[in-house]
Design a protein around this ligand. Sequence first.
Ligand code: PLP
Length: 406
Amino acid sequence: MREFGRAWRAEWPLDPNVIYLNHGTVGVTPNRVLAAQQAIRDDIERQPSRYLLRELTSIVVGRPPAAEPRMRQAANAVAAFLGTRGDDLVFVDNATTGANAVLRSFPLEPGDEILVTDLGYGGVTQAAAFAARERGASVRTAVMPYPVRSAGELVDAFVAAIGPGTRLAIVDHITSQSALVLPVADIAAACRARGVAVLADGAHAPGAIPLDIPSLGVDWYVANLHKWMWVPRSSGILWASPARQQGLHPPVISWGLDQGFAAEFDLPGTRDPSPHLAAPAAIAMMRELGVEAVQRYNHTLAWTGAKHLASAWGTPFDTPEPLVGTMATVPLPETAGRTDDDASRVRDWLLFEDGIEVQVHAFRGRLHARICAQIYNSLDDISCLATGVRSCSLRRAAGDSSVVTP
Ligand SMILES: Cc1ncc(COP(=O)(O)O)c(C=O)c1O
């Protein structure tokens, strides 16, 4: 088999003129999986009513189908990949939808608190704020140590923020901008001991790191398959421990109401189910390439790439290696700026002038770049970013605030 690296870009639909270091943001699907999805769409279009009303879910018109519903077959394949049972896992459009389902179903009462962290994903934190607002509850934010020196200090900061009113905690498995693999199992154990329910947000985890959901000891786990598991957009999952499935409703209620966890989520009205149904094809491809080999390559490239950038920019990167998955976040030189506007300008400069797509953000008064490593990337891509950021700093020093868009 070919070595992973730039040559693999031909297997993905990416623009060959752009260095893509942003795999984690919205995912990219390999050509082969897109072809499998198209075959599913073609199959649907041959007999749409039959496929969608008789074969897709357990809620059917006419006589009961002989085979297991197609959504359940796909869910079983994904569940096996993630160490769990198909009965405990449903598809949702994305991690945000899964988090909304949990937040809107959780019996919050006036005075209750939802605990989030300041490393958490903004969209999910907003959903928590909305659920709290509707019930007279509130959101408390744990301020996490950053930069991080150990997993233990993350657990301590989280646990210290649990208050007497905390009923539900949201913990990211892999944080979005800071790209840290949080010690979810340890945090969940501490929450459980204090009677706090835990929703883990694993948007970036499936396919990126080894994952066995039940072993984490959380109550719910939401994730995206369209980021690191190579499944077409949009495909997410919601896993619920058996004890938490009763009373858990999707944000969109349809025919499956009160007919069980899977039935309720499998049919949120008419939609294109092909992303979810293509998940087995993505799993097959990753297995063929070697799940461990893919994850090892991506992790090593993220880790060595981050070290390379820090050394090129003269900035600190001391994140312990076990807290790094397939993404890594490195501080930019102070000369690159410090505000959200500076971050946007650097990001625009990199894309429109250097052809590099990478996430750049401001956090605690400093700009950071988050690199994503996927098997189509190589260290050369990261070297281009090192040079690109240096020239952004020079442009800024020369007072250039323009961005030339194509
Ligand atoms: C930690 C985390 N949660 C949730 C999301 C939202 O993902 P989606 O927009 O696919 O729901 C992201 C997206 O990057 C994320 O990083």
